[in-house]
Design a protein around this ligand. Structure first.
Ligand code: ADP
Ligand code: ADP
Length: 228
Protein backbone atom coordinates (compact mmCIF):
# COMPACT_ATOMS: atom_id res chain seq x y z
CA UNK A 1 0.00 0.00 0.00
CA UNK A 2 2.72 2.44 1.09
CA UNK A 3 6.38 1.99 0.24
CA UNK A 4 9.06 4.48 1.27
CA UNK A 5 12.70 3.91 0.48
CA UNK A 6 15.42 6.32 1.58
CA UNK A 7 12.89 9.14 1.62
CA UNK A 8 14.28 12.53 2.44
CA UNK A 9 12.52 15.86 2.80
CA UNK A 10 14.47 19.07 3.02
CA UNK A 11 12.30 22.21 3.06
CA UNK A 12 13.26 25.30 1.11
CA UNK A 13 14.71 26.92 4.25
CA UNK A 14 17.06 23.97 4.74
CA UNK A 15 15.07 22.23 7.51
CA UNK A 16 15.56 18.46 7.24
CA UNK A 17 12.10 17.11 8.12
CA UNK A 18 12.71 13.48 7.10
CA UNK A 19 16.05 11.78 6.72
CA UNK A 20 16.37 8.40 4.99
CA UNK A 21 13.01 7.00 5.99
CA UNK A 22 12.30 3.38 5.06
CA UNK A 23 8.79 2.05 5.66
CA UNK A 24 6.42 -0.51 4.17
CA UNK A 25 2.77 -0.50 5.17
CA UNK A 26 0.59 -3.36 3.93
CA UNK A 27 -3.10 -3.50 3.17
CA UNK A 28 -5.27 -3.61 6.27
CA UNK A 29 -2.66 -2.39 8.73
CA UNK A 30 -3.46 0.10 11.47
CA UNK A 31 -0.44 2.30 12.05
CA UNK A 32 0.17 4.98 14.69
CA UNK A 33 2.80 7.59 13.90
CA UNK A 34 4.23 9.05 17.10
CA UNK A 35 7.07 11.31 18.17
CA UNK A 36 7.80 14.74 19.62
CA UNK A 37 6.61 17.98 18.01
CA UNK A 38 8.74 18.83 15.01
CA UNK A 39 9.82 15.20 14.51
CA UNK A 40 8.42 14.98 10.97
CA UNK A 41 5.04 13.29 11.47
CA UNK A 42 3.02 15.86 9.51
CA UNK A 43 5.60 15.85 6.74
CA UNK A 44 5.31 12.04 6.55
CA UNK A 45 1.51 12.29 6.38
CA UNK A 46 1.47 15.13 3.83
CA UNK A 47 3.81 13.26 1.49
CA UNK A 48 1.29 10.42 1.23
CA UNK A 49 -1.21 12.66 -0.58
CA UNK A 50 1.50 14.73 -2.23
CA UNK A 51 0.84 17.88 -0.31
CA UNK A 52 4.58 17.76 0.28
CA UNK A 53 6.93 16.36 -2.36
CA UNK A 54 9.88 14.30 -1.12
CA UNK A 55 13.30 15.74 -1.97
CA UNK A 56 14.69 12.30 -2.80
CA UNK A 57 14.01 8.59 -2.43
CA UNK A 58 11.16 6.37 -3.56
CA UNK A 59 7.54 6.75 -2.47
CA UNK A 60 4.69 4.68 -3.81
CA UNK A 61 1.16 4.90 -2.47
CA UNK A 62 -1.53 2.55 -3.78
CA UNK A 63 0.85 1.49 -6.50
CA UNK A 64 1.39 5.06 -7.71
CA UNK A 65 4.82 6.64 -7.90
CA UNK A 66 4.15 9.79 -5.90
CA UNK A 67 7.42 11.50 -6.76
CA UNK A 68 7.40 11.03 -10.52
CA UNK A 69 3.63 11.29 -10.93
CA UNK A 70 2.40 14.00 -13.33
CA UNK A 71 0.49 16.87 -11.71
CA UNK A 72 -2.64 15.90 -13.62
CA UNK A 73 -2.59 12.48 -11.89
CA UNK A 74 -2.51 13.91 -8.35
CA UNK A 75 -6.35 14.08 -8.11
CA UNK A 76 -6.54 10.31 -8.83
CA UNK A 77 -4.05 9.62 -6.04
CA UNK A 78 -6.07 11.79 -3.64
CA UNK A 79 -9.36 10.13 -4.54
CA UNK A 80 -7.90 6.79 -3.48
CA UNK A 81 -7.17 8.22 -0.03
CA UNK A 82 -9.35 9.54 2.77
CA UNK A 83 -7.69 12.35 4.69
CA UNK A 84 -8.74 13.61 8.12
CA UNK A 85 -7.30 16.59 9.97
CA UNK A 86 -7.28 17.79 13.56
CA UNK A 87 -9.42 20.82 12.65
CA UNK A 88 -12.07 18.88 10.65
CA UNK A 89 -11.98 21.22 7.61
CA UNK A 90 -15.67 21.02 6.75
CA UNK A 91 -17.26 23.51 4.38
CA UNK A 92 -19.09 25.88 6.76
CA UNK A 93 -21.89 26.90 4.38
CA UNK A 94 -22.81 23.32 3.43
CA UNK A 95 -24.90 20.88 5.43
CA UNK A 96 -23.57 17.59 6.74
CA UNK A 97 -25.18 15.82 3.78
CA UNK A 98 -23.71 18.28 1.29
CA UNK A 99 -20.24 18.16 2.84
CA UNK A 100 -20.17 14.42 2.30
CA UNK A 101 -21.93 14.42 -1.07
CA UNK A 102 -19.51 17.06 -2.31
CA UNK A 103 -16.68 14.52 -2.15
CA UNK A 104 -18.71 12.30 -4.48
CA UNK A 105 -19.84 15.04 -6.84
CA UNK A 106 -16.18 15.53 -7.58
CA UNK A 107 -16.13 12.02 -9.00
CA UNK A 108 -19.48 12.56 -10.78
CA UNK A 109 -21.33 9.75 -9.06
CA UNK A 110 -24.95 9.18 -10.13
CA UNK A 111 -27.45 10.78 -7.72
CA UNK A 112 -29.05 7.52 -6.51
CA UNK A 113 -25.70 5.98 -5.77
CA UNK A 114 -24.66 9.18 -4.06
CA UNK A 115 -27.68 9.18 -1.72
CA UNK A 116 -27.14 5.54 -0.86
CA UNK A 117 -23.44 6.05 -0.16
CA UNK A 118 -23.93 9.21 1.90
CA UNK A 119 -26.63 7.58 4.01
CA UNK A 120 -24.48 4.52 4.48
CA UNK A 121 -21.47 6.48 5.77
CA UNK A 122 -23.77 8.60 7.95
CA UNK A 123 -24.89 5.31 9.54
CA UNK A 124 -21.28 4.21 10.06
CA UNK A 125 -20.46 7.42 11.96
CA UNK A 126 -23.85 7.52 13.72
CA UNK A 127 -25.06 10.86 12.36
CA UNK A 128 -28.02 9.96 10.17
CA UNK A 129 -30.37 12.29 12.02
CA UNK A 130 -28.00 15.27 11.69
CA UNK A 131 -27.73 15.30 7.93
CA UNK A 132 -29.42 18.71 7.60
CA UNK A 133 -27.22 20.41 10.20
CA UNK A 134 -24.50 22.89 9.37
CA UNK A 135 -21.06 22.32 10.90
CA UNK A 136 -21.46 25.14 13.45
CA UNK A 137 -24.55 23.35 14.83
CA UNK A 138 -22.46 20.29 15.73
CA UNK A 139 -20.05 19.47 18.54
CA UNK A 140 -16.38 18.94 17.78
CA UNK A 141 -16.77 15.17 17.94
CA UNK A 142 -19.74 15.27 15.57
CA UNK A 143 -17.83 17.48 13.15
CA UNK A 144 -14.95 15.03 13.18
CA UNK A 145 -17.39 12.19 12.48
CA UNK A 146 -18.67 14.12 9.46
CA UNK A 147 -15.06 14.53 8.33
CA UNK A 148 -14.59 10.77 8.65
CA UNK A 149 -17.79 10.10 6.71
CA UNK A 150 -16.55 12.41 3.96
CA UNK A 151 -13.15 10.70 3.98
CA UNK A 152 -14.59 7.20 3.52
CA UNK A 153 -17.51 7.86 1.18
CA UNK A 154 -15.49 6.98 -1.92
CA UNK A 155 -14.18 3.75 -0.37
CA UNK A 156 -10.54 4.76 -0.08
CA UNK A 157 -7.88 2.07 0.24
CA UNK A 158 -6.09 4.13 2.89
CA UNK A 159 -7.37 6.52 5.54
CA UNK A 160 -4.76 9.05 6.66
CA UNK A 161 -5.39 11.07 9.81
CA UNK A 162 -3.25 13.81 11.32
CA UNK A 163 -4.05 14.22 15.05
CA UNK A 164 -7.76 13.46 14.52
CA UNK A 165 -8.50 13.48 18.27
CA UNK A 166 -6.24 16.43 19.05
CA UNK A 167 -9.15 18.79 19.81
CA UNK A 168 -11.44 16.25 21.48
CA UNK A 169 -12.01 15.09 25.05
CA UNK A 170 -11.17 11.47 25.97
CA UNK A 171 -14.70 10.04 25.66
CA UNK A 172 -15.27 11.69 22.31
CA UNK A 173 -11.83 10.55 21.16
CA UNK A 174 -12.74 6.95 21.91
CA UNK A 175 -15.90 7.37 19.82
CA UNK A 176 -13.66 8.41 16.93
CA UNK A 177 -11.30 5.47 17.52
CA UNK A 178 -14.23 3.03 17.56
CA UNK A 179 -15.13 4.24 14.08
CA UNK A 180 -11.53 3.88 12.90
CA UNK A 181 -11.40 0.34 14.30
CA UNK A 182 -14.54 -0.60 12.39
CA UNK A 183 -13.26 0.94 9.17
CA UNK A 184 -10.00 -0.95 9.66
CA UNK A 185 -11.82 -4.21 10.41
CA UNK A 186 -13.55 -3.79 7.06
CA UNK A 187 -10.12 -3.88 5.40
CA UNK A 188 -9.10 -0.23 5.10
CA UNK A 189 -5.50 0.65 5.91
CA UNK A 190 -5.20 3.39 8.54
CA UNK A 191 -2.24 5.67 9.18
CA UNK A 192 -2.75 8.05 12.09
CA UNK A 193 -0.35 10.58 13.60
CA UNK A 194 -1.16 11.18 17.25
CA UNK A 195 0.01 12.48 20.62
CA UNK A 196 -2.68 10.49 22.44
CA UNK A 197 -0.76 8.17 24.76
CA UNK A 198 -3.89 6.58 26.24
CA UNK A 199 -5.22 5.54 22.85
CA UNK A 200 -1.92 4.19 21.50
CA UNK A 201 -1.18 2.28 24.70
CA UNK A 202 -4.65 0.75 24.81
CA UNK A 203 -4.90 -0.29 21.16
CA UNK A 204 -1.55 -2.10 20.82
CA UNK A 205 -1.27 -1.65 17.06
CA UNK A 206 1.77 -1.01 14.90
CA UNK A 207 3.68 2.01 16.17
CA UNK A 208 6.23 3.95 14.12
CA UNK A 209 8.15 6.51 16.20
CA UNK A 210 9.91 9.38 14.46
CA UNK A 211 12.46 11.68 16.09
CA UNK A 212 14.39 14.39 14.25
CA UNK A 213 13.21 13.03 10.91
CA UNK A 214 14.40 9.49 11.56
CA UNK A 215 12.47 6.35 12.43
CA UNK A 216 13.69 5.28 15.86
CA UNK A 217 11.15 2.51 16.53
CA UNK A 218 8.80 0.38 14.43
CA UNK A 219 6.86 -2.20 16.44
CA UNK A 220 4.09 -4.50 15.23
CA UNK A 221 2.18 -4.08 18.49
CA UNK A 222 3.51 -1.20 20.50
CA UNK A 223 2.76 1.52 23.00
CA UNK A 224 3.18 5.27 22.82
CA UNK A 225 6.61 5.23 24.41
CA UNK A 226 6.74 8.85 25.62
CA UNK A 227 5.55 10.45 28.84
CA UNK A 228 3.28 12.74 26.81
P1 ADP B 1 5.58 17.09 13.41
O1 ADP B 1 4.34 16.88 12.62
O2 ADP B 1 6.15 15.82 13.95
O3 ADP B 1 5.42 18.13 14.48
P2 ADP B 1 6.60 18.40 11.02
O4 ADP B 1 6.58 17.43 9.92
O5 ADP B 1 5.51 19.41 11.08
O6 ADP B 1 6.72 17.64 12.42
O7 ADP B 1 7.98 19.20 10.99
C1 ADP B 1 9.24 18.56 10.85
C2 ADP B 1 10.34 19.62 10.70
O8 ADP B 1 10.16 20.30 9.46
C3 ADP B 1 10.31 20.69 11.77
O9 ADP B 1 11.64 21.07 12.02
C4 ADP B 1 9.56 21.81 11.12
O10 ADP B 1 9.94 23.05 11.65
C5 ADP B 1 9.97 21.68 9.67
N1 ADP B 1 8.91 22.14 8.74
C6 ADP B 1 7.66 21.65 8.66
N2 ADP B 1 6.98 22.26 7.66
C7 ADP B 1 7.83 23.17 7.13
C8 ADP B 1 7.74 24.11 6.07
N3 ADP B 1 6.63 24.25 5.34
N4 ADP B 1 8.82 24.87 5.79
C9 ADP B 1 9.95 24.73 6.50
N5 ADP B 1 10.13 23.86 7.50
C10 ADP B 1 9.08 23.08 7.81
P1 ADP C 1 -36.83 13.90 5.28
O1 ADP C 1 -37.11 15.35 5.58
O2 ADP C 1 -38.00 12.99 5.52
O3 ADP C 1 -35.56 13.38 5.89
P2 ADP C 1 -35.58 14.52 2.77
O4 ADP C 1 -36.20 14.59 1.41
O5 ADP C 1 -35.09 15.77 3.40
O6 ADP C 1 -36.64 13.80 3.70
O7 ADP C 1 -34.37 13.49 2.74
C1 ADP C 1 -34.53 12.23 2.19
C2 ADP C 1 -33.16 11.61 1.94
O8 ADP C 1 -32.42 12.42 1.02
C3 ADP C 1 -32.35 11.51 3.21
O9 ADP C 1 -32.00 10.17 3.43
C4 ADP C 1 -31.12 12.36 3.00
O10 ADP C 1 -29.93 11.69 3.38
C5 ADP C 1 -31.11 12.62 1.51
N1 ADP C 1 -30.71 14.03 1.25
C6 ADP C 1 -30.66 15.04 2.14
N2 ADP C 1 -30.20 16.18 1.60
C7 ADP C 1 -29.96 15.90 0.31
C8 ADP C 1 -29.46 16.66 -0.80
N3 ADP C 1 -29.06 17.93 -0.68
N4 ADP C 1 -29.36 16.04 -2.00
C9 ADP C 1 -29.70 14.76 -2.12
N5 ADP C 1 -30.17 13.98 -1.11
C10 ADP C 1 -30.30 14.53 0.09
Amino acid sequence: MIHMKDVMKVYENGAVALNNVNVDIRKGEFVFLVGPSGAGKSTFIKMLFREVLPTSGILTVNGRDVIRMANRDVPYLRRSLGVIFQDYRLLPDKTVYENIAFAMQVIEAPRRMMQRSVNSVLDIVGLRDKYKCFPNQLSGGEQQRVAIARAIVNNPAIVIADEPTGNLDPDTSWGIMDIFQRINAAGTTIVMATHDKTIVDAMQRRVIAIEDGTIVRDEAQGGYGYEN
